[in-house]
Design a protein around this ligand. Sequence first.
Ligand code: ADP
Length: 580
Amino acid sequence: MELTTLLKEKFGYDEFRPGQTEIIQKILDHQNVLGIMPTGGGKSVCYQLPALVLEGLTLVISPLISLMKDQVDALNEMGIPAAFINSSLTMPEINDRLRLAVDGKIKLLYVAPERLESYDFQQLLRHVPIELLAVDEAHCISQWGHDFRPSYLKLADIIQQFDQQPSIVALTATATPQVAEDILQRLLIPKENQVTTGFARENLAFQVVKEQKDTYLLEYLRVNQNQAGIVYASTRKEVERLYHLLKSKNISVGKYHGGMGEQERSKNQEDFLFDRIQVMVATNAFGMGINKSNVRFVIHAQVPGNLESYYQEAGRAGRDGLPSEAILLFAPHDLQIQQFFIDQSEMAIDYKQNEYLKLREMSQYAHSQMCLQRYILRYFGEDGPDCGRCSNCLDDREVIDITIEAQKVLSCVKRMGERFGKSLIGKVLTGSKDQKISQWHFDELPTYGLMKDWSQKEVTQLIDYLTASGFLTPTEGQFPLLKIAPTGIEVLLGKRTVTRKQAPVRTIVKDDALFEELRALRSELAQEQNMPPYVIFSDKTLQELVEKQPQTTLEFLQIKGVGQSKLEKYGAAFLEILKK
Ligand code: ADP
């Protein structure tokens, strides 16, 4: 059968994405190949489609359990027999699935890399002719990568021991040239068989926001309240803080980090996948293997340790190809957390140096004036035109007048005698009950509590800004005292205004009544079958349904993401709504 016919019939897509044909052809020619494609680029099809064509089994090595179940569910939905084996299963269940593989009843078998190391499993594999070995997240094989996994290193040796040598397809979305080189070498892939479609994500808009992080976050979540997204923080403690902050504002939020029990974690993860909660606040323990395609934004509330991690985590937004946002809320002191992680780690010294260097590049990204997408591409050894979507390309930060607020701060500094640091000044302005304040009788000042609807943090950020802008002069030392600079006096006298650039809070997509109706139906069907909604249809498919409004099964089949199997299962229900 023609490959494109197969693509349409099974997966519901009309044409291949860049790189897919090339990779698939090489696999079918029994060559080893490395595919580097951006997240959402369509890596899975690269081995799932050959798996249908090949006689033998396709063994998929994938690092995370949650991803496997998802992928297998999705394949079964498309009418493709597949199974996974991992530690969540009992021994009899594992044996059942192996039997299916031995009998040739499944085309794809997903396992974690650790499983290949097991002697028993290796023995069993002797009875199953493996024709294709797909190595997902292949960057995990490189010690120069940001996510090195020792069990990946042993892969190559284990494969060599197979009676019959399968062809290998390695896939990843994040590989610096150094990491790509490593993958080629370890998995015996010839250099000319590296297919790179580029790292650029055409539907992602990158932003860096440097001021008033909490305020920005809350406002963003308020205006985008119907959208799903992830908020990443570096520590469990910060996850907890943000979780409670969002919760207190009635945002539909869940949390996920390594300090929580297994049960609570998987419940929260499922709530997010099933669209039962909108926002997930998490450490980087969350997400690898999250296949949810309708994640509309990924916000990093704290800077991650390197650009590879950042791009991978941010890349979880918009897998369905719809416009999505990747926002970094940057504060210089968050770099210290990452610095601490590296200091504490038990890596060899040259790997440590490498990590410090990566952290520096992450910080440069935040300060860069160039197109953010392009900055990332260059980091991965590529280049491209300016994206026209990121906060640097647009620089549409609004200029707001903060003269009055500045006057409040400056006059407070003056009344306190220019002998204190920002923390106490902030406390006086917000009307704190701190003992020191009554000791010094600052609660009798007219500026006491003048900014009581601001948080202490917001006021100190404003003081930092006024200092950085030269309206206040700090003394030397670790806890500088603040004095009013000559320009500050002009502000107090009303001879000078103070402005500040503020990142605008944008809304992502407009809501649409029909879309919502289809989404509700999808949720209902998903719930009945206990599957995440996006496994049934992606947001992109729903959107195309809204645009094209198919009225017949034939028209319905023309929609991207609708194959024969899904048409049979869901066509009638969706058509019923569309016909109205
Ligand atoms: P990756 O693993 O590269 O991040 P996926 O394999 O999950 O990406 O694919 C991302 C999305 O693109 C999925 O919803 C997938 O079904 C869809 N997709 C894959 N190939 C095509 C194609 N040729 N045409 C349209 N959509 C595709």
